[in-house]
Design a protein around this ligand. Sequence first.
Ligand code: FAD
Length: 368
Amino acid sequence: MIYDFLIIGGGIAGASAAYELSSHGSVLLLEAEDTTGYHATGRSAALFTRNYGGETVRQINAISADFFRSPPPGFCEAPLLTKRGCLTVAQSGDEGELDALLAMSSLGEEVVHVDTKEACEMVPFLRPERVMRAVYEANVSDIDVATLHSSYLKGAKARGAVVMVKQCVTTMGRMGANWHVQTAKSSFSAAKVINAAGAWADQIGTLAGTQTIGLVPKKRTAIIISAPENTNCAVLPAVDFAGSDAYLKPDAGLLMASPGDATPTNPHDVWPDDMDIAVLADWIERETTIKVTKIEHSWAGLRSFVDDEAPVVGFDAQVPDFFWLAGQGGYGIMMAPILAQLTADLCTGNHGTHVDQLAQLLSPSRVQ
Ligand SMILES: Cc1cc2nc3c(=O)[nH]c(=O)nc-3n(C[C@H](O)[C@H](O)[C@H](O)COP(=O)(O)OP(=O)(O)OC[C@H]3O[C@@H](n4cnc5c(N)ncnc54)[C@H](O)[C@@H]3O)c2cc1C
């Protein structure tokens, strides 16, 4: 069989593309691991934050919000977003950093000043002497990533898409007008290949015989710790610390913390470093009143960026029918609905509004 679309990678990018493309033709999704969502997608902080990332990313997220708030009928049973809110605090010397955030405030997406007393009431484990200035964004939400990812795959399969795991693509080439793609176990043919291989996207580009996009996977560490006694995690906002990239957020009755590290590395199954965890635990104890007695869980994941930190979505300029869906950085979950719709529009020649607004900005030729 010759599939219309062969997608490499079963993270959120591949799953959402499979869902959108399966309305337009036959889809085969190949995932190297035993399960889909094992890499970056299963390791995120699961936040939807409109005022995060560069201008292009924020533009995409502004449109993406509609999908999250009202997904297509029958897409999922649980809501995809739960209001979380985000408090950003600055200590002496870092106060100016909050101006950029305040400048992003808009109708319905307000960013407002809160005084130190209010900030410490919202987040009782803050040290008041370290909160010189604070701002609050009510519209930051938790994303139910597991529901989003599984609903995309379920919806794609319901429309006939085939999803295969343990199928690591090792070689690929053109045979006539089609692609011939090989894994250790099998080989497949397709008219178009969608490269949604996350941190491995440049490796897939090389297999396809084209130029790389200069993708750099960057490691980010996260830990789970207990919240101090009497903390009501249900109403606690996420907390960003200006002057550092660190953040804390409630996670299923516990607290997730990250130093916000972004260490360049090669694509691999990344693990947290003991020293990074120890430094983070020490930082938490200095910046807050939390005593880190036990690390309940820790992990690391790769956020993959090209030079301008905007995603790369579009057909390769040199190799025919090879489509990039890569470089989602630290925003790939929240951008997924729009990037997948753009993928379907470009692959089917449909000139929708996303094409007009985004195709040029995200084109692979800008980074190849
Ligand atoms: C700590 C952390 C916090 C984050 N927080 C957020 C957040 O709050 N909000 C947000 O929106 N985003 C966040 N992100 C970013 C987000 O997780 C990523 O942008 C997104 O998951 C990328 O999805 P993906 O499908 O491109 O990549 P992946 O999920 O990595 O999927 C790529 C898949 O391709 C497969 N693959 C690779 N090579 C091959 C091959 N040769 N053959 C077959 N399959 C292959 C891999 O096995 C993998 O499953 C965070 C990331 C991290 C690490």
